[in-house]
Design a protein around this ligand. Structure first.
Ligand code: NAD
Length: 325
């Protein structure tokens, strides 16, 4: 039998705190050599990109493949989300497909969770920190949720080119997280934050890296193609650069590929993979002045770990529909 889980089913069982825990373990497996992670394969139909993302986590016992599409005009043209996906979860012992689940919400939560893990290990630990969020869409909301799980956040400042998106963000996330959330009057106001997340659909830099405060932690999650970036060369140059995966960053992330092409930085500017920080193979922040940067491209290991979590919770709660395919 195969369990089918729709978006509502996934939403009922998937919590950010649990997701941060399993995603942290997945990154540790990557660093310890117990994860199998082929680079994702992409196809580009006219309106967007379709990505095929398989992964296997030996220790966690998670084997999955996600098909995810990113179509930037979906919201305005078709009233559909930018990011749509489905995850197929297998039993690693038998290869049997045990679950097919909606992957849209799962993708957003696991993307938030990766930033949650990075923030937990890299951001300063002061009380009452301010979060700055660029973008007010699906991913941006999850970024703030994740950060609030790992740090004491008293206030968030949000900037988006769409006022409507900001208003929705404030009413939804203010009610969910019970913190003060304000609309930024301009880009520079967001740079006052202690922890910044860039989660927009912009293909060009969002702010001037010269203006980033010392000690800031940045999670850059938006762009993941060689020609697009949310972060300018100065932001990259001034930051201690941690990526989800070296291979993904050097093949997919304009944020680092463009400064490399400009010869503003060398390959060695890539300091560590997140898993190396988690497992202590490389040191995290050593003082309060360093600007730390986590560049997320989104890895299939995050999906595999999260899909297994969702499946187990759904089975335990009797949620979903079993079908004999
Ligand atoms: N790293 C990962 O694992 C991962 C996973 C999923 C999606 N993404 C990426 O995250 C990005 C956001 O995805 P989403 O699903 O939230 O999309 P979305 O359409 O829901 O939200 C994007 C928001 O960015 C805003 N925006 C565009 N240009 C901007 C600018 N210059 N300044 C401020 N805001 C701006 C838009 O108005 C919109 O509200 C996409 O680029 C997507 O490819 C990354």
């Amino acid at each position: 039998m195969t369990l089918l889980l729709n978006k509502n089913d996934v939403m009922k069982v998937l919590d950010m705190k649990d997701c941060i825990d399993v995603v942290e373990k997945a990154f540790a497996e990557l660093a310890n050599g117990t994860a199998v992670l082929p680079l994702r394969t992409g196809i580009t139909p006219p309106n967007g990109v379709s990505l095929y993302m398989p992964a296997y986590l030996k220790e966690s016992g998670a084997l999955s493949c996600k098909v995810v599409t990113v179509y930037k005009n979906n919201p305005s043209k078709y009233n559909l989300p930018t990011t749509i996906g489905k995850v197929l979860l297998q039993n690693p012992e038998t290869g049997e497909v045990i679950c097919i689940m909606d992957g849209g919400y799962l993708t957003a939560v696991r993307t938030g969770a990766a930033s949650g893990v990075a923030t937990k290990f890299l951001a300063r630990e002061n009380e009452k920190q301010v979060a700055g969020i660029f973008g007010a869409g699906v991913q941006a909301k999850m970024q703030l949720w994740a950060i609030c799980c790992v740090r004491d956040i008293s206030k968030a400042i949000v900037y988006d080119i769409s006022d409507e998106a900001v208003e929705k963000f404030i009413s939804e996330m203010g009610a969910k997280l019970k913190i003060e959330i304000i609309k930024a009057n301009g880009v520079d106001e967001v740079l006052e934050a202690d922890i910044i997340c860039t989660a927009s659909s912009s293909a060009t830099p969002l702010f001037d890296g010269k203006k980033v405060k010392e000690g800031t932690h940045i999670n850059g999650i938006g762009s993941h193609s060689p020609g697009a970036r949310e972060l300018d060369t100065e932001t990259i140059r001034r930051s201690l650069f941690i990526g989800d995966s070296l291979e993904a960053c050097f093949n997919e992330a304009g944020d680092i590929m463009i400064p490399l092409k400009e010869k503003a930085i060398k390959d060695s500017h890539f300091y560590a993979e997140l898993g190396e920080i988690i497992t202590g193979k490389k040191a995290a922040r050593t003082n309060d002045k360093t600007i730390t940067l986590f560049k997320s491209n989104g890895l299939a290991i995050q999906d595999a770990a999260t899909a297994k979590l969702v499946y187990e919770k759904a089975v335990a709660s009797g949620i979903g529909t079993n079908v004999d395919l």
